[in-house]
Structure formats: C-alpha cells, structure tokens
Design a protein around this ligand. Sequence first.
Ligand code: NDP
Length: 446
Amino acid sequence: MSYVDEVYQMVVEKNPAQPEFHQAVKEVLESLRVVIEANEEKYKKDALLERIVTPERQLLFRVPWVDDKGQVQVNNAYRVQFNSAIGPYKGGLRLHPSVNLGIIKFLGFEQIFKNSLTGLPIGGGKGGSDFDPKGKSDREVMAFCQSFMTELQRHIGADTDVPAGDIGVGGREIGYLYGQYKRIRNESCGVLTGKGLTYGGSLARKEATGYGLCYFTNKALEVLKGDSFKNKKVIVSGSGNVAIYAAYKATELGGLVIAMSDSNGVIYDENGIDLDYVRELKEVRRGRIKEYVAEHKSSKYLEGAKSIWQIKCDIALPCATQNEIDINDAKQLVKNGVIAVCEGANMPSSLEASKYFIENKVVYGPAKAANAGGVATSGLEMCQNSMRLGWTFEEVDNKLKGIMENIFANVYQVAHECGNDFDTLKGANIAGFKKVSQAMLEQGLI
Ligand code: NDP
C-alpha cells in the first residue's frame, strides 16, 4: 500500500463516524499523491502526512446558558487548532445544529491550505457549537455567546488563535463574543475578526468572501475561457453573508442573478432577483426566503434547497453549505450548459461532482481557493488592528482583488504544470500544501 493510502486508512480508522473529515482528507491526499510519491521515503520518515492530518489541539467543552423561560440549556462546543506552521490558528466559528467534531475537523483541515494560499501568515483552525441561533431572541443569543466565550477565551489570543464568523455567526454574534472576551481579559486586541466598524472591524470584511469569490471567478473565466460575468445567468445557493455579497458583485460585473435559496427552498425569477430586498429580509428581519415571493409577483418559490441545481444557468455559485451538490446535480448543471461552478461555501461539491466539473472543462473554483477572500480580509483586519489604524473600503477591496487574482494565478500555474489547466482542485491543494509542508519541516517537529 502506498504511503498516501496508508495515511488515509489511518484517518478513517482513528476518526470513526466523521465522514466529512474523511472526505476532505481524501480530496487533499488524492491531489497530493503525485508530489508525495516523487519523494515518498523522505515524507514518510518525517511522518509529514500523519502530522498534517492530525490536529495540534482539539478542545471540546460544554456551554450552559439560560433561555427566556429561565430554563438552563446545554450545548456542545468545539475549537480545533489544526495547524500553526505558518501563523496563529485562524478560522471561523459555526453555530448550527448539525455541528459536531467531524464537521469542525473537516473545516479546520481545509482552512490550513486555504490560509496558506492567501499568502498571509495565518495557520488553520475552526470552531463552533450545535447551538441553533434560528428562532432565538437576541438575549438568548447573547447568553449563549457570553457563556461560549467564557471558556473559549482561555485558549485564544491575537497571536495564538483568532476566530471569525461562519454559518450562524455574523456581526451580532461577533459583537457579543468580543464584548465578553474584553470583560474577562481586559484587553482590546485583534482576537476576533469580522468585528463591528465601531470597535476595530475592517471595512469590506462583511463583503469579502462573496466579492472575493467573484474576483476569482471572473479571472478564471478570463484565463480559461476568454469570458467573464457579462450577460451571464447566475444562480447563487444560500442567502446568508457569502451568498448576498457574491450576488451583488456578480451583478456589478455584468451577470444577472436569477435564483437564490435557503435551507427550505428556492426563489427564482428570470428577470433577476431584487438583491436589496433579500439583504434586508435576511440581514435585518432574519426572515425566510419564501417571504420574497409575496412581494415579487414575477418570482416563483420552489420547495427544497436542492431544486436550485435544476435551473438552467451559465454560472453557479454554491454559497450555502457542505455537500449541497452531488454527482446528479453536477450532471444536471453540465447538461444545462453551465460554464463555471465556483464555491463560496466550504466543500459544497462532493468529490465525484468536483471531478465531473473538471472532466467536462467547466471553470471550477474549489472552495479553499475561491472563498479564501473572507479569511484573507480577516488577515487584513488583524494587520490594521496591530497597526492601530484603518484602511478605506477601496484600499481593502483592492488588496482583496489582488489576493484573489494572485491565488488564481498560483493555482493555475500548478494545474498547468500537472498537465490539465482545468484541474484547479489539484492546483489548489498542491499550491497550499507546498508552503505548509516547507514551514513544518523547517520548524522541526511542529
Ligand atoms: P450564513 O449563516 O450567513 O448563511 C448560510 C446560508 O446557507 C443560509 O442561507 C442558510 O439557510 C444556508 N444553509 C445553511 N445550512 C444549510 C443546509 N444544511 N442546507 C441548505 N442550506 C443551508 O453563513 P455564511 O454565508 O457565512 O456561510 C455560508 C458558507 O460559506 C459556509 O459553507 C461557510 O463555511 C462558507 N464560508 C463563509 C465565510 C464567511 O466569511 N462567512 C468564509 C468562507 C467560507 P438557512 O437560513 O435556512 O439555514
């Protein structure tokens, strides 16, 4: 058995019942096979793969909090500090009932390579809880966040581990978390990113993942197909932070967004979605996407989140969650003539679906490259916090655009060297791995 296969088998055996983590490891190891097998003895002696697939530290803790009826509730919480070879652990916090250790490990593992691709000095981590903010009052969300941070603050710090938002964690939650950190630690610092603009946040951080996704997609379309967003029909799954700002930027670049979704269903309008309405509905009113059709008579509502992939489009931007595109969805998209599928969400396509896009010469933007704009701008927020100053929106946005185009260039170069310009999956994994592995080897036993 080859070293790569041995390590994959070990991951499956040592981490039972964590299918998303197995999937993320398999995807990366398959891409790295060519690099590892060229120098197998050396990597094996250094146990480099065993080290890279094993988190440096995993924290599991309980979060007790009191609901509005006076009842004590208890949630499970996690912080996985996966790899600090190139800088402090960095990665978001997810609040969703589906969260478990395997999900956090898959996200943390992906984050190592993503953060490496940004070119910034940040390591990989991820955290979260099975707390569901949906339907909770502001006071309940605050109570949870304060209790969560009461434990988490022991393990994080501006130079140690810097969490940010993810599913279920936006500006409101980051505010409550940061406030509690300060009450306990008595320090104002860049320990969290995605902060509010009044207390150390960066302009353009909220927009960064969605905007960055479109900068990446536009560059990839230009290089691989001599094309762009202009006059293209775009579908964007989800209607959260990433989806909303991806939809705005896709529109600004000349596309027409015809469908969006949430976990219950899809809104569809051939004439284009009213994005200001969606933003207000989701960010301010915290409503359901279904409510859109009542006020937009030319639109339709389709039950079930999956139906979005049946809609004919030129560009698909999955921005909701993991494994939202399976092989059947991928086949349908290709049959409908899709030219680009770029991932705002983390691991939204199954491995089979990703391979199908690449085989069919679809411009494919794997998550760890295409959605790296969020963490890159978090890196820029850390930089501004350290300098005790703030850049303008344009300054941050220009840096973000430069970073995304640079990520595409690196990914493309490796894909090209490997003999298939469309294999951005291999390109991203190998490009991300090179820097992390070198940093690990140079620092001895990290
Ligand atoms: P939000 O919580 O703001 O939005 C999540 C969206 O996805 C909502 O529309 C939600 O619908 C939908 N969704 C969540 N779970 C499911 C599910 N199981 N099935 C279908 N739809 C679902 O999160 P973000 O926009 O921040 O994150 C979206 C994705 O982008 C995630 O994969 C995240 O890891 C990734 N990402 C986020 C970054 C960031 O900066 N925020 C950075 C890089 C990646 P509903 O309201 O019905 O739950």
